[in-house]
Write a protein that binds this ligand. Sequence first.
Ligand code: APR
Length: 233
Amino acid sequence: MAQPRSILILTGAGLSAESGLATFRDKGGIWSKVRIEDVATPEAFVRDPARVQAFYNTRRRDHASAKPNAAHLALAQLEAEFKGDVLVVTQNIDALHEAAGQRHLIHMHGELLKAWCLACDDRAAWNGDITPASVCPHCSATGRLRPDVVWFGEMPYHMDLIEEALAETDLFVSIGTSGNVYPAAGFVAAARAVGARTVELNLEPSEGARLFDEAIHGPATEVVPAFVRRFLV
Ligand code: APR
């Protein structure tokens, strides 16, 4: 295959599964244990903020012991060594891409390790629990912080940048996502529309499998390093 000029990589929860972070829709996944309507919508936060904060506080604690896996490291190596452009757009709110050394990265669903102040709109790094006693480091308001995570019904972040990148890419790679949630699930169609080659790397065929030119099935820590080696001479 001729070397692409620019590679756009969309990642999902399957990429972090082997780092010990739960996926959403696999057997035993997060949404089989708690309802989206109870913890991941603006309405849930208005109705029962303590429950929503507890859900993300638990995920922040789980994150503390998670390490990037071979798939995260391979993507960081691709960015560092590939001659063309590499952009990772992740649906994941974990910080494992950054921990692996990825620089050119967009968190379209926000970040677990950030807090958003509803009093001053500032976003700050936040590793601990968010509670009603939490103080905004920017404006000192108390009890006004929420997770800087995009909930269902809210607009994903940086869609303008993502759409620009999709219009330019000649290789779109989807890794570890079930292709259930839009707008991310629509990216493959946008890439095809500009003539990009499309490849899916996943444990099993996703909802959008038929839209991909090539599919490689297996655990991310095996299939991603092997795929990256195609581009590193
Ligand atoms: N290696 C590769 N793929 C894997 C692995 C693995 N070790 N384990 C699971 N997978 C695959 C599953 O087969 C599944 O297709 O990863 C995918 C995970 O799908 P989801 O759990 O639906 O996660 P994701 O697609 O990232 O969800 C998208 O939905 O709930 C919202 O905002 C949340 O960002 C999330 C979005």
